[in-house]
Design a protein around this ligand. Structure first.
Ligand SMILES: Cc1cc2nc3c(=O)[nH]c(=O)nc-3n(C[C@H](O)[C@H](O)[C@H](O)COP(=O)(O)O)c2cc1C
Length: 234
């Protein structure tokens, strides 16, 4: 029995109270260029260890949610990409229910990007090109692990790693396994959250309007490429 750990008072005193963080980089009227700007800043912030680490939420067809960290490996005007094992829990969820959500938390910048969209497999060509660009140890790693499966011990993995290292000792590149590849998340909603020291945070949302939706010009603004832009209350 664990006694309740009281962390109700746990609260960060923000430095520079009253300072207003700049969200002026949100100059583009579509989300990808804005994401690119924020991502570049996150990558250039030394205290952010892995700017491309993001939470990926999936759900079963019954709506049972599951979230884990994956690495963003590319983005373009189609959407956001990551790679994984197609027999993993996340991939099973996506097969049943392609609706997913991503969340980046760049806390030293007081920034979050939150994305909702649908996942689809990347082409075999794109997956193979990425797989073979990885270091050999990572290629072997992908083959070692039948991700998300129950195994009897760590020994199973170490043995498989050793036997694959021997098997492929004379080649630089392994063939990509069929069960490994990428996903493209096509977003229908991308929110940029900029925390402010006075707790009156900024939230700017790009979304795809519903078919036939009547836009209220007082609060909803037309962006580029069919996106609409709104400010949300924090
Ligand atoms: C920083 C970090 C990056 C990760 N990147 C990936 C990734 O790109 N792809 C992946 O399949 N798992 C990645 N993982 C492992 C996943 O978090 C997770 O354990 C694994 O994918 C199995 O998830 P699942 O059982 O829900 O499918 C990463 C974990 C961490 C902590």
């Amino acid at each position: 029995m664990t006694d309740k750990v009281d962390i109700a008072g746990m609260r960060k005193a923000y430095k520079g109270e009253g300072e207003v963080f700049d969200i002026g980089q949100l100059t583009s009227k579509e989300p990808y260029a804005n994401f690119g700007e924020w991502f570049k800043e996150a990558c250039n912030t030394p205290s952010i260890h892995e700017a491309n680490a993001m939470s990926l939420a999936t759900a079963t067809k019954d709506g049972c949610p599951s979230v884990r960290i994956v690495l963003l490996k590319g983005f373009d005007s189609r959407g956001f990409m990551f790679f994984t094992n197609y027999t993993s829990k996340k991939a099973q969820d996506i097969t049943e229910n392609p609706r997913v959500s991503l969340c980046f938390n760049w806390d030293v910048l007081n920034r979050v990007v939150r994305i909702e969209g649908t996942a689809e497999k990347l082409s075999e060509e794109e997956s193979t090109a990425y797989f073979q660009s990885r270091p050999k140890s990572s290629q072997i790693g992908a083959c070692v692990s039948h991700q998300s499966k129950v195994i009897p011990s760590r020994q199973v993995l170490d043995d498989r790693n050793k036997s694959l290292q021997e098997k492929f000792s004379s080649v630089e590149m392994l063939p990509k396994p069929d069960y490994w590849g990428g996903y493209l998340i096509r977003p229908h909603r991308v929110e940029f959250w900029q925390g402010q020291t006075n707790r009156i945070h900024d939230r700017i949302c790009f979304r795809r309007p519903a078919e036939g939706e009547v836009i209220d010009p007082l609060v909803t603004h037309h962006g580029d490429d069919g996106w609409v832009i709104e400010r949300l209350s924090p």
